[in-house]
Design a protein around this ligand. Structure first.
Ligand SMILES: [Zn+2]
Length: 328
């Protein structure tokens, strides 16, 4: 509870920085005049600093971090309200990496980092057999909420960076421009995008929960994909809704919106419903392998589609698959 309510404060803090740092833009034509490719090219040649010192988030002290490192933290299902109104950003962002980073950071900060995972617990139970009572130990499986908010700060600290430098700065520059444009459009459509994951290095990958692909293979920035500065994946949900179930419904709408309009921003969902929040460039290798040219050449279409049919459809099962996507 303390973690979650603290999160709201960070959000407002960040917004304050954003509102102060971003000047009003009198020229509304800049955004319309720039095609995504032009913007990417412009940015690729920019040497803009990664993040302002003001934005660098102070990490918790090592003792506090150790406390947070508990693998399973139970969190209440009813959580405090998060601001879902469109985030402020200037149209000039297409020309400034710093401005884009600030906006993406706001989108990241406002998303709750909560997942539902399975944990095994050993309990003692009394059973009666042949009229005698005996105590036996049983192993039961429970579904619990895991707060994974601590994982990115922990990985950033290990890498010697602020969280914004790590999560946002580790992504490919051209991809960030596309994300910016997509998130702005989602914000304008009232879909309240939130990012649960950006860059991930091998260490961060290794502490992810659930079923995992080989550590260095993640397109979020694994060492076999180019590492820091080359992250070509992000996880996006909607932060709209009071409960996790409501936010899941909003997220479903957001993902379908990306399926319908993402191409205009050069972004798609390589795994569809197998890993709904995961988005990537449609001209990147991951997308090509799963849904694009390479997948069609293999003659099998989307590998995700056939696997989807096997996944349980109950709301609990759906929620379990949602928040922290499995790091493919
Ligand atoms: Zn992902």
């Amino acid at each position: 509870m303390r973690l979650v309510s603290g999160f709201g404060c960070f959000l407002w803090g960040s917004l304050a920085v954003l509102l102060c740092a971003v000047p009003a833009n009198p020229d509304r034509h800049v955004k319309a005049a720039l095609a995504p490719v032009d913007a990417i090219a412009a940015l690729a040649h920019s040497n803009a600093a990664l993040a302002t010192p003001e934005l660098r988030t102070a990490l918790a002290d090592p003792d506090a971090m150790a406390t947070l490192a508990d693998p399973v933290i139970k969190v209440p299902l009813v959580e405090p309200e998060v601001n879902v109104s469109p985030l402020e950003a200037s149209d000039e962002c297409v020309l400034s990496e710093e401005c884009i980073d600030q906006y993406l950071w706001s989108v990241y900060e406002r998303a709750r980092k909560v997942d539902t995972i399975k944990v095994q617990e050993r309990i003692k139970a009394t059973v009666k057999k042949n009229g005698k009572s005996r105590t036996v130990t049983k192993t039961i499986t429970k579904l619990v909420n895991e707060d994974f908010t601590w994982k990115d700060p922990h990985a950033a600290e290990k890498a010697g960076m602020s969280v914004v430098q790590y999560v946002i700065g580790g992504m490919d520059r051209g991809f960030k421009v596309r994300l910016y444009r997509l998130f702005r459009a989602l914000d304008d459509a009232g879909l309240a995008p939130g990012m649960t994951s950006g860059f991930r290095d091998d260490y961060r990958q290794s502490i992810a929960s659930g079923h995992k692909a080989a550590t260095g293979n993640s397109y979020h920035g694994g060492s076999r994909r180019g590492g820091y500065g080359h992250g070509l994946a992000a996880d996006v949900v909607s932060v709209k809704g009071e409960t996790r179930f409501e936010r899941w419904i909003s997220s479903e709408i957001l993902w379908k919106w990306i399926d319908a309009h993402g191409k205009e921003y050069g972004i798609g969902r390589p795994y569809l419903d197998k890993d709904p929040p995961h988005i990537a460039p449609i001209d990147g290798k991951e997308y090509a392998d799963k849904r694009g040219v390479n997948a069609k050449l293999a003659g099998k279409g989307s590998a995700a589609t056939s696997r989807d049919a096997k996944v349980a459809k109950s709301p609990q099962a759906i929620l379990q698959r949602r928040a922290e996507h499995k790091p493919l």
